[in-house]
Design a protein around this ligand. Structure first.
Ligand SMILES: Nc1ncnc2c1ncn2[C@@H]1O[C@H](COP(=O)(O)OP(=O)(O)OP(=O)(O)O)[C@@H](O)[C@H]1O
Ligand SMILES: [Mg+2]
Length: 696
């Protein structure tokens, strides 16, 4: 190839069937949807038409048919037939278009328009006449409590379900990429292959180049000059597609998301769910939707499995990307770092704020303050008017004045009611997802020995030949019943391995693990919500789970536990599969807290939960006085646990220390060195083998 480059001077691109920037866009004129593997339980089927409160009955405007790539553009007359055929085949290569129906159209200069959108699921209205105009390049944080409708709205924008009324229009120019809340790649490719799978222009250019090289080098080539011309054209396109720095970009994204070089060759379907989500995210970020000006990226809770440093990296990537992005998240650091605007779903409306999340919180408070001041002023005015009307209506000389003030009073009272409605929108209670009133109570810890969990000379990992962690200086690890421990360390350093080893779900490679007398161990992991039986009712699941330990548990107690987390009334009888991400996490939590435990091992318990639910959980944990061992990347959450100790996991070792307060540095880590242990990305198969071994 280098030889070819030296022999033939570069020429302008003439090979039309190799993707040009615009045809590459055509190649990606589909929504790159990263979805959960099992869709049977996913409530994504379009709902039946529903008549809105205002008698609305239109349905969502039919999306435009997507353009197919490679249209127009004559083939170069100088291309050899063989190369042309090969190139055409590459360009034709399966643009499967049976996916979502993206609502493309004329968005009047905006990237995305929402016009009088009415959205409902089953009998619940989520949005009524919601409007928004998102301009190109804006980074929008879509926020709101668990269950308010963020994921459902994002699905409608991505075209995987429909709204009941109004219009959603995405500018026809855009490439759309959608990352679902429970995305799992499920691919059989390697991490590296999957990451670059949607770099469509580059992949086509590279394939064409390889083919052109092959033809040039072939002994049967009929016209070497012509073939060499084509080769140069292919090379030019490869360069234009960013071929020369593609590896750098891929590396930046995979590094940023916490993959070690060793993991690049891991097969995706062998990775655990959390790591598959990262692969899916990498793929989207590198696709046109994630990296080009004409991209629209729709991300639903992309940080649930990322550590603090990856979250910061992601926020930075999104902020710097020239594309337009809509991110659903409960993660303040991401919303602060990435967003130029915030769109809040509240009281069935969309509320628009300029600035990042912190600015939104301030502005919302300010809006409330201003509204309250206006309301007070109007109330005083109304009182004066009422007084005047009452005193002078019967007075002939002032009757006319009294009548005009009575009219004014009606206006003032109308204005007051409007403000009341707006205030309700700001402080809505009892709305789906409103969690301000939640209170979580954990079962009282049953008595146990002083020392609850010990490990001696412990070496941890999956394989003897490549251990992941050992205790620093061979120190004994001892968890006593009054200890509250948070685990700190970078992605892949082995925090989950430590937790699994302590839990006993992963046997030690060396050393001993001892459980104290009368210890009742409870493990709450980040994946629990995703592993719930989707076809069971929420209450049924909670009762079944809690009754394993406590067969006499009454139904009312199950209901109370769910109700305390905002899952009450008919919602408690809904199938788990139809609940939102945060609602599922609450169901898992409701079942968990009903079981009497004296040692809790928590692995990222705050994922998916909104602010109110996280604070209910932390309140519950603060009042609970058993031994606590928590892995979390969320500094606020860790602080609120009031840790007495920290375990630092780094460079293949762990050590327990007293905690005198947590700092930002505690949550900012360097990535593990190449070749370092990377336990969290251990293959699913290996994990399963281990679990089978434990069970046996
Ligand atoms: N098939 C269904 N039947 C009844 N309600 C449903 C169905 N599907 C979804 N819902 C409800 O619609 C509401 C909105 O769900 P959605 O997933 O959009 O919420 P969300 O804002 O993304 O919440 P989270 O922050 O928890 O992810 C939830 O209360 C959910 O339970
Ligand atoms: Mg959601």
């Amino acid at each position: 190839m280098l030889l070819m480059k030296a022999v033939f001077a570069p020429r302008p691109l003439v090979l039309a069937s190799v993707s040009s920037p615009s045809s590459s866009r055509g190649g990606a004129r589909r929504c790159d949807v990263i979805r959960a593997q099992s869709s049977s339980s996913s409530p994504t089927t379009p709902p039946t038409k529903k008549k809105g409160k205002k008698g609305l009955k239109k349905t969502q405007k039919q999306p435009q048919q997507q353009q197919q790539p490679g249209g127009g553009g004559a083939s170069s007359s100088s291309s050899s037939a063989v190369v042309q055929k090969a190139v055409a085949e590459v360009a034709k290569k399966k643009e499967e278009d049976d996916g979502p129906q993206i609502p493309f159209g004329d968005a009047s200069g905006a990237a995305l328009l929402l016009k009088d959108v009415f959205l409902a699921v089953a009998d619940t209205d989520l949005l009524q006449e919601a409007n928004a105009q998102i301009m190109s390049g804006q980074k929008i944080g879509l926020v709101g409590g668990n269950g308010c409708g963020k994921s459902t709205l994002l699905k409608c924008i991505a075209g995987v379900r429909s709204i009941q009324d109004g219009e959603i229009i995405i500018s026809s120019k855009l490439n759309v990429g959608y990352f679902e809340q429970t995305a799992v790649s499920g691919s059989t490719k390697t991490v590296y292959e999957e990451a670059r799978a949607r770099m469509t222009r580059l992949n086509k250019a590279e394939a064409a180049l390889r083919e052109a090289e092959r033809v040039c080098e072939s002994e049967n080539c009929e016209d070497y000059c012509e073939a060499a011309d084509v080769l140069m054209d292919c090379y030019a396109e490869f360069e234009a597609a960013g071929g020369n720095d593609a590896e750098k970009r891929i590396a930046a994204v995979l590094d940023g998301l916490g993959f070690s070089r060793k993991q690049w060759d891991f097969k995706c379907d062998n990775l655990s769910g959390g790591w598959q989500m990262r692969v899916a995210l990498a793929r989207l970020l590198l696709s046109p939707a994630g990296s080009e000006e004409n991209g629209l990226l729709l991300l639903d809770e992309p940080t649930n499995h990322l550590d603090e440093i990856s979250k910061k990296w992601l926020a930075d990537w999104i902020k710097k990307s020239p594309n337009t992005t809509v991110i659903v998240s409960h993660e303040e650091s991401l919303l602060d770092g990435a967003c130029s605007h915030i769109m809040e779903v509240r009281a069935k409306g969309l509320h628009w704020y300029v600035g990042n999340y912190s600015k939104f919180l301030q502005d919302r408070d300010e809006r409330v303050r201003v509204a309250q001041a206006s309301y007070n002023k109007l109330a005083a005015e109304a009182a004066d008017l009422k007084d005047f009307v009452a005193r002078f209506s019967a007075n002939a000389s002032k009757a006319a004045q009294a009548s005009s003030r009575a009219k004014l009073l009606i206006k003032v009272e109308t204005e007051m009611r409007k403000l009341e409605r707006e205030a309700a929108a700001n402080f809505s209670e009892g709305e789906a997802g409103d969690s301000t009133k939640m209170a979580l109570r954990l079962s009282k810890p049953p008595p146990s020995d002083q020392d609850v969990l010990m490990m001696e000379n412990a070496v941890l990992g999956y394989k003897k030949e490549s251990p992941i962690l050992k205790s620093k200086d061979g120190k004994e690890f001892k968890l006593s019943r009054e200890m509250r421990v948070v685990v700190l360390g970078p992605n892949g350093a082995g925090k989950s391995t430590l937790l699994k080893s302590l839990a006993g779900t992963m046997p030690l490679l060396e050393g001993t693990r001892t459980l104290g007398e009368r210890v009742k161990l409870g493990v709450f992991s980040q994946d629990l919500a995703q592993e719930l039986p989707m076809d069971k009712q929420a209450l049924e699941y909670v009762l079944e789970t809690a009754r394993v330990e406590n067969p006499l548990l009454k139904e009312i107690e199950g209901r109370q536990s769910l109700g305390a987390l905002g899952i009450s009334g008919p919602m408690a009888l809904r199938k788990i599969g139809s609940l939102s991400g945060g609602e599922k996490a609450r169901v898992a939590l409701a079942a968990f807290v009903l079981q009497p435990r004296n040692v809790l091992l928590l692995d990222e318990p705050s994922n998916h939960l909104d602010v109110g639910a996280v604070s209910a959980l932390t309140d519950g944990l603060q009042d609970w006085d058993g031994a606590l061992f928590a892995v979390s990347h969320n500094k606020g959450f860790c602080e609120s646990l009031r840790p007495t100790h920290v375990v630092r996991v780094e460079k293949g070792e762990f050590i327990i220390e007293n905690c005198y307060g947590l700092t930002d540095e505690d949550f900012e880590h360097d990535y593990p060195e190449e070749g370092d242990a990377s336990s969290d990305a251990m293959s699913k198969k290996e994990e399963e083998e281990q679990l089978v071994a434990v069970a046996a």
